[in-house]
Ligand binder design. Structure first.
Ligand SMILES: Nc1nc2c(ncn2[C@@H]2O[C@H](COP(=O)(O)OP(=O)(O)OP(=O)(O)O)[C@@H](O)[C@H]2O)c(=O)[nH]1
Length: 322
Protein backbone atom coordinates (compact mmCIF):
# COMPACT_ATOMS: atom_id res chain seq x y z
CA UNK A 1 0.00 0.00 0.00
CA UNK A 2 1.49 3.35 -0.93
CA UNK A 3 1.26 6.43 1.23
CA UNK A 4 -1.32 7.77 -1.19
CA UNK A 5 -3.58 4.80 -0.42
CA UNK A 6 -3.43 5.13 3.32
CA UNK A 7 -6.27 6.72 5.24
CA UNK A 8 -5.33 9.98 6.97
CA UNK A 9 -5.87 10.17 10.71
CA UNK A 10 -6.52 13.27 12.77
CA UNK A 11 -6.12 12.96 16.54
CA UNK A 12 -7.92 15.48 18.75
CA UNK A 13 -6.57 15.94 22.26
CA UNK A 14 -6.80 18.53 24.98
CA UNK A 15 -7.79 18.85 28.61
CA UNK A 16 -11.22 18.19 30.09
CA UNK A 17 -13.86 20.46 28.60
CA UNK A 18 -11.49 22.35 26.31
CA UNK A 19 -13.82 21.86 23.32
CA UNK A 20 -12.73 18.60 21.63
CA UNK A 21 -16.22 17.24 20.91
CA UNK A 22 -17.31 20.69 19.76
CA UNK A 23 -14.44 20.72 17.27
CA UNK A 24 -15.13 17.17 16.17
CA UNK A 25 -18.77 17.97 15.41
CA UNK A 26 -17.70 21.07 13.49
CA UNK A 27 -15.32 19.05 11.34
CA UNK A 28 -17.99 16.39 10.70
CA UNK A 29 -20.37 19.10 9.50
CA UNK A 30 -17.99 21.11 7.39
CA UNK A 31 -14.90 19.02 6.73
CA UNK A 32 -16.23 17.56 3.49
CA UNK A 33 -14.83 14.06 3.85
CA UNK A 34 -16.44 10.76 4.82
CA UNK A 35 -15.08 10.33 8.31
CA UNK A 36 -14.91 7.41 10.65
CA UNK A 37 -14.86 8.67 14.22
CA UNK A 38 -13.58 7.00 17.35
CA UNK A 39 -14.14 8.65 20.69
CA UNK A 40 -12.70 7.73 24.02
CA UNK A 41 -14.36 9.22 27.06
CA UNK A 42 -13.24 9.35 30.67
CA UNK A 43 -16.18 7.66 32.36
CA UNK A 44 -17.95 4.35 32.17
CA UNK A 45 -20.76 6.05 30.28
CA UNK A 46 -19.51 7.36 26.96
CA UNK A 47 -21.27 10.72 26.93
CA UNK A 48 -19.18 12.06 24.07
CA UNK A 49 -20.15 9.21 21.75
CA UNK A 50 -23.79 10.17 22.19
CA UNK A 51 -22.96 13.78 21.37
CA UNK A 52 -21.21 13.11 18.09
CA UNK A 53 -23.47 14.45 15.39
CA UNK A 54 -22.75 12.03 12.59
CA UNK A 55 -25.35 11.91 9.87
CA UNK A 56 -23.79 9.28 7.64
CA UNK A 57 -23.75 6.41 10.10
CA UNK A 58 -19.98 6.19 9.92
CA UNK A 59 -19.32 7.08 13.52
CA UNK A 60 -17.79 4.23 15.44
CA UNK A 61 -17.77 4.41 19.20
CA UNK A 62 -14.87 3.09 21.16
CA UNK A 63 -15.55 1.25 24.34
CA UNK A 64 -14.61 3.17 27.42
CA UNK A 65 -11.37 3.03 29.23
CA UNK A 66 -7.87 3.72 28.11
CA UNK A 67 -7.71 4.24 24.38
CA UNK A 68 -4.29 2.64 24.22
CA UNK A 69 -5.81 -0.55 25.64
CA UNK A 70 -8.92 -0.51 23.52
CA UNK A 71 -6.77 -0.07 20.45
CA UNK A 72 -3.81 -2.20 21.34
CA UNK A 73 -3.88 -4.84 18.61
CA UNK A 74 -2.61 -2.87 15.65
CA UNK A 75 -5.10 -0.08 15.96
CA UNK A 76 -7.72 -2.39 17.29
CA UNK A 77 -11.10 -3.89 16.60
CA UNK A 78 -12.95 -0.57 16.82
CA UNK A 79 -10.87 0.85 14.04
CA UNK A 80 -11.09 -2.36 12.02
CA UNK A 81 -14.85 -2.00 12.14
CA UNK A 82 -14.60 1.65 11.18
CA UNK A 83 -12.31 0.84 8.25
CA UNK A 84 -14.91 -1.55 6.81
CA UNK A 85 -16.89 1.45 5.67
CA UNK A 86 -13.92 2.76 3.67
CA UNK A 87 -13.70 6.20 5.26
CA UNK A 88 -11.78 8.98 3.56
CA UNK A 89 -10.35 10.01 6.91
CA UNK A 90 -10.40 8.90 10.51
CA UNK A 91 -10.77 11.23 13.47
CA UNK A 92 -9.96 9.99 16.96
CA UNK A 93 -10.94 12.06 19.97
CA UNK A 94 -8.89 11.24 23.03
CA UNK A 95 -10.08 11.59 26.59
CA UNK A 96 -9.51 14.88 28.39
CA UNK A 97 -6.86 13.31 30.59
CA UNK A 98 -5.22 11.20 27.89
CA UNK A 99 -2.14 11.79 25.80
CA UNK A 100 -3.03 12.27 22.12
CA UNK A 101 0.45 11.19 21.06
CA UNK A 102 -0.23 7.69 22.41
CA UNK A 103 -3.08 7.49 19.94
CA UNK A 104 -1.00 9.05 17.17
CA UNK A 105 1.65 6.38 17.65
CA UNK A 106 -0.91 3.69 17.05
CA UNK A 107 -1.87 5.40 13.80
CA UNK A 108 1.79 5.59 12.80
CA UNK A 109 2.43 1.89 13.18
CA UNK A 110 -0.75 0.80 11.37
CA UNK A 111 0.10 0.40 7.68
CA UNK A 112 -3.43 1.27 6.57
CA UNK A 113 -3.16 4.71 8.14
CA UNK A 114 -1.09 7.87 7.88
CA UNK A 115 -1.00 10.39 10.68
CA UNK A 116 -2.22 13.68 9.26
CA UNK A 117 -2.60 15.92 12.27
CA UNK A 118 -2.44 16.04 16.02
CA UNK A 119 -4.59 18.91 17.22
CA UNK A 120 -4.68 19.88 20.88
CA UNK A 121 -7.28 22.18 22.37
CA UNK A 122 -6.58 24.44 25.30
CA UNK A 123 -9.13 26.21 27.50
CA UNK A 124 -8.01 29.85 27.24
CA UNK A 125 -9.61 30.88 30.53
CA UNK A 126 -8.21 28.06 32.64
CA UNK A 127 -5.02 26.89 31.00
CA UNK A 128 -2.48 28.89 32.98
CA UNK A 129 -4.16 28.17 36.30
CA UNK A 130 -4.31 24.46 35.46
CA UNK A 131 -0.70 24.48 34.37
CA UNK A 132 0.32 25.83 37.77
CA UNK A 133 -1.41 22.91 39.49
CA UNK A 134 1.21 20.24 39.97
CA UNK A 135 -1.45 17.53 39.76
CA UNK A 136 -2.43 18.67 36.27
CA UNK A 137 0.65 20.20 34.67
CA UNK A 138 2.17 16.96 33.45
CA UNK A 139 -1.03 15.93 31.69
CA UNK A 140 -1.38 19.36 30.06
CA UNK A 141 2.21 19.48 28.86
CA UNK A 142 2.04 15.97 27.43
CA UNK A 143 -1.10 16.85 25.53
CA UNK A 144 0.76 19.70 23.84
CA UNK A 145 4.13 18.06 23.37
CA UNK A 146 3.49 16.70 19.85
CA UNK A 147 0.66 18.91 18.66
CA UNK A 148 0.86 20.14 15.07
CA UNK A 149 -1.98 22.56 15.68
CA UNK A 150 -2.95 24.10 19.01
CA UNK A 151 -6.44 25.56 19.28
CA UNK A 152 -6.70 28.06 22.13
CA UNK A 153 -10.46 27.79 22.56
CA UNK A 154 -13.06 29.43 24.79
CA UNK A 155 -11.54 32.83 24.07
CA UNK A 156 -14.92 34.38 24.94
CA UNK A 157 -14.57 33.21 28.54
CA UNK A 158 -11.01 34.47 28.99
CA UNK A 159 -9.88 37.94 30.04
CA UNK A 160 -7.35 39.60 27.77
CA UNK A 161 -4.55 38.75 30.15
CA UNK A 162 -5.70 35.13 30.56
CA UNK A 163 -5.76 34.75 26.80
CA UNK A 164 -2.35 36.36 26.32
CA UNK A 165 -0.75 34.26 29.04
CA UNK A 166 -2.36 31.08 27.73
CA UNK A 167 -0.88 31.77 24.30
CA UNK A 168 2.56 32.50 25.78
CA UNK A 169 2.46 29.33 27.84
CA UNK A 170 1.49 27.23 24.81
CA UNK A 171 4.30 28.78 22.77
CA UNK A 172 6.78 28.00 25.51
CA UNK A 173 5.74 24.35 25.69
CA UNK A 174 5.25 23.81 21.97
CA UNK A 175 6.98 26.56 19.97
CA UNK A 176 6.76 24.69 16.64
CA UNK A 177 3.02 24.20 16.51
CA UNK A 178 0.65 26.35 14.52
CA UNK A 179 -1.62 28.19 16.94
CA UNK A 180 -5.12 29.56 16.45
CA UNK A 181 -7.47 31.13 18.92
CA UNK A 182 -11.16 30.26 18.69
CA UNK A 183 -14.60 30.55 20.21
CA UNK A 184 -16.76 27.40 20.12
CA UNK A 185 -13.89 25.63 18.31
CA UNK A 186 -14.61 27.51 15.06
CA UNK A 187 -11.46 26.91 13.06
CA UNK A 188 -10.58 29.03 10.05
CA UNK A 189 -11.88 27.33 6.88
CA UNK A 190 -8.45 26.47 5.59
CA UNK A 191 -7.74 24.43 8.72
CA UNK A 192 -10.97 22.53 9.05
CA UNK A 193 -9.96 19.59 6.92
CA UNK A 194 -6.56 19.38 8.54
CA UNK A 195 -3.27 21.05 7.76
CA UNK A 196 -0.47 19.73 5.67
CA UNK A 197 2.19 18.53 8.03
CA UNK A 198 5.23 18.68 5.82
CA UNK A 199 7.93 18.00 8.35
CA UNK A 200 7.19 15.59 11.10
CA UNK A 201 10.25 14.89 13.21
CA UNK A 202 11.53 11.33 13.15
CA UNK A 203 9.42 9.15 15.33
CA UNK A 204 10.52 6.64 17.86
CA UNK A 205 7.80 4.06 18.23
CA UNK A 206 8.46 0.91 20.20
CA UNK A 207 5.89 -1.34 18.62
CA UNK A 208 6.99 -4.47 20.43
CA UNK A 209 7.67 -3.29 23.92
CA UNK A 210 5.73 -5.23 26.45
CA UNK A 211 4.76 -3.58 29.63
CA UNK A 212 1.76 -3.61 31.85
CA UNK A 213 -0.54 -0.70 31.37
CA UNK A 214 -2.04 -1.24 34.80
CA UNK A 215 -5.57 -1.84 33.61
CA UNK A 216 -7.20 -4.93 35.02
CA UNK A 217 -9.07 -5.73 31.87
CA UNK A 218 -6.07 -5.53 29.59
CA UNK A 219 -4.05 -8.51 28.66
CA UNK A 220 -2.45 -7.35 25.46
CA UNK A 221 1.22 -7.76 24.68
CA UNK A 222 1.69 -4.47 22.86
CA UNK A 223 1.16 -1.29 24.75
CA UNK A 224 2.77 1.99 24.13
CA UNK A 225 2.62 3.80 27.41
CA UNK A 226 5.70 5.41 28.78
CA UNK A 227 7.73 3.22 31.07
CA UNK A 228 8.16 6.20 33.33
CA UNK A 229 4.45 6.85 33.49
CA UNK A 230 2.70 3.61 32.69
CA UNK A 231 -0.73 4.74 33.71
CA UNK A 232 -0.91 8.32 32.66
CA UNK A 233 -4.24 9.26 34.20
CA UNK A 234 -3.92 7.48 37.51
CA UNK A 235 -4.21 10.61 39.60
CA UNK A 236 -7.77 11.27 38.46
CA UNK A 237 -10.85 9.88 40.14
CA UNK A 238 -14.12 9.21 38.34
CA UNK A 239 -17.71 9.33 39.57
CA UNK A 240 -20.84 7.87 38.07
CA UNK A 241 -24.01 9.40 39.50
CA UNK A 242 -27.39 8.15 38.29
CA UNK A 243 -30.04 10.86 38.29
CA UNK A 244 -33.30 8.91 37.98
CA UNK A 245 -35.63 11.42 39.68
CA UNK A 246 -36.92 14.62 38.09
CA UNK A 247 -35.03 17.48 39.73
CA UNK A 248 -35.86 21.00 40.73
CA UNK A 249 -33.90 23.08 38.25
CA UNK A 250 -33.18 26.04 40.52
CA UNK A 251 -31.89 23.80 43.30
CA UNK A 252 -29.86 21.78 40.83
CA UNK A 253 -28.19 24.91 39.45
CA UNK A 254 -27.50 26.16 42.97
CA UNK A 255 -25.86 22.84 43.84
CA UNK A 256 -23.85 22.91 40.58
CA UNK A 257 -22.45 26.29 41.55
CA UNK A 258 -21.28 24.85 44.87
CA UNK A 259 -19.38 21.83 43.53
CA UNK A 260 -15.88 21.44 44.98
CA UNK A 261 -13.13 22.74 42.69
CA UNK A 262 -11.43 19.32 42.69
CA UNK A 263 -14.28 18.17 40.44
CA UNK A 264 -12.86 19.20 37.08
CA UNK A 265 -15.59 18.07 34.73
CA UNK A 266 -19.14 16.75 34.97
CA UNK A 267 -21.41 15.87 32.09
CA UNK A 268 -24.46 13.81 31.36
CA UNK A 269 -28.22 14.08 31.35
CA UNK A 270 -30.90 14.97 33.87
CA UNK A 271 -34.65 15.55 33.92
CA UNK A 272 -36.29 18.55 35.54
CA UNK A 273 -39.70 18.52 37.18
CA UNK A 274 -40.98 21.40 35.02
CA UNK A 275 -40.09 19.89 31.61
CA UNK A 276 -40.80 16.68 29.72
CA UNK A 277 -37.59 16.41 27.76
CA UNK A 278 -34.20 15.54 29.28
CA UNK A 279 -31.39 18.10 29.47
CA UNK A 280 -27.70 17.81 28.72
CA UNK A 281 -25.44 19.17 31.46
CA UNK A 282 -21.88 20.32 30.83
CA UNK A 283 -19.87 21.50 33.82
CA UNK A 284 -16.22 22.51 33.45
CA UNK A 285 -14.08 24.29 36.01
CA UNK A 286 -16.92 26.01 37.83
CA UNK A 287 -18.96 26.98 34.74
CA UNK A 288 -21.89 25.09 33.36
CA UNK A 289 -24.18 24.88 30.38
CA UNK A 290 -27.58 23.17 30.43
CA UNK A 291 -29.30 22.60 27.11
CA UNK A 292 -32.20 20.42 25.95
CA UNK A 293 -30.84 17.00 25.06
CA UNK A 294 -31.32 15.35 21.72
CA UNK A 295 -33.44 12.23 21.41
CA UNK A 296 -30.64 9.76 21.94
CA UNK A 297 -30.70 9.94 25.73
CA UNK A 298 -30.96 6.48 27.23
CA UNK A 299 -30.13 7.02 30.89
CA UNK A 300 -30.19 10.10 33.02
CA UNK A 301 -26.78 9.90 34.58
CA UNK A 302 -23.89 12.25 35.30
CA UNK A 303 -20.25 11.28 34.90
CA UNK A 304 -17.56 13.25 36.64
CA UNK A 305 -13.80 13.35 36.76
CA UNK A 306 -11.49 15.21 39.07
CA UNK A 307 -8.83 15.00 41.69
CA UNK A 308 -9.69 12.73 44.61
CA UNK A 309 -11.60 14.66 47.26
CA UNK A 310 -14.07 13.06 49.70
CA UNK A 311 -16.30 16.14 49.43
CA UNK A 312 -17.14 15.33 45.82
CA UNK A 313 -19.22 12.22 46.42
CA UNK A 314 -21.41 14.05 48.94
CA UNK A 315 -21.72 17.08 46.67
CA UNK A 316 -22.84 14.86 43.78
CA UNK A 317 -25.35 13.09 45.97
CA UNK A 318 -26.93 16.36 46.97
CA UNK A 319 -26.85 17.51 43.34
CA UNK A 320 -29.09 14.65 42.20
CA UNK A 321 -31.29 14.97 45.29
CA UNK A 322 -32.10 18.57 44.32
N1 LIG B 1 -18.39 29.66 26.28
C1 LIG B 1 -17.84 28.73 25.51
N2 LIG B 1 -18.22 27.43 25.68
C2 LIG B 1 -17.65 26.50 24.88
C3 LIG B 1 -16.69 26.84 23.90
N3 LIG B 1 -16.31 25.68 23.28
C4 LIG B 1 -17.01 24.69 23.84
N4 LIG B 1 -17.82 25.17 24.81
C5 LIG B 1 -18.71 24.42 25.73
O1 LIG B 1 -17.85 23.81 26.71
C6 LIG B 1 -18.39 22.54 27.10
C7 LIG B 1 -17.34 21.45 26.85
O2 LIG B 1 -17.13 21.34 25.45
P1 LIG B 1 -16.74 19.92 24.79
O3 LIG B 1 -16.58 20.14 23.33
O4 LIG B 1 -17.69 18.87 25.24
O5 LIG B 1 -15.34 19.70 25.48
P2 LIG B 1 -14.44 18.37 25.45
O6 LIG B 1 -13.04 18.82 25.37
O7 LIG B 1 -14.93 17.44 24.38
O8 LIG B 1 -14.76 17.76 26.87
P3 LIG B 1 -14.29 16.32 27.48
O9 LIG B 1 -14.40 15.32 26.35
O10 LIG B 1 -15.25 16.04 28.57
O11 LIG B 1 -12.91 16.49 27.96
C8 LIG B 1 -19.68 22.36 26.27
O12 LIG B 1 -20.76 22.82 27.03
C9 LIG B 1 -19.45 23.27 25.07
O13 LIG B 1 -20.66 23.70 24.48
C10 LIG B 1 -16.30 28.21 23.75
O14 LIG B 1 -15.44 28.59 22.94
N5 LIG B 1 -16.90 29.09 24.58
Amino acid sequence: MTVAETVPVMVIGGFLGAGKTTLLNRILKTGGRRYAVLVNDFGSVNVDAALIESEDGLTKKLDNGCICCSMSDGVGPALDAAMQSSPEAVIIEGSGVGDPWRIAELAIIDKRLSLELVVTLVDAANFVRQLRDEMLSDTLERQLAHADLVVVNKADLASESQLASAILAVQRIRPDARLVQTIESVLPDELIGGIMVTERPSIDVHAHDHHDCGHDHCDHPEHHHDHANPHHDQQFARWLTPAPAALDRAQFEAALSELPSALLRLKGWVRFSDADEPFLVHYTAGRYRIVPANDRVEDTVLVGIGLPDPKIRLALQSLVAA
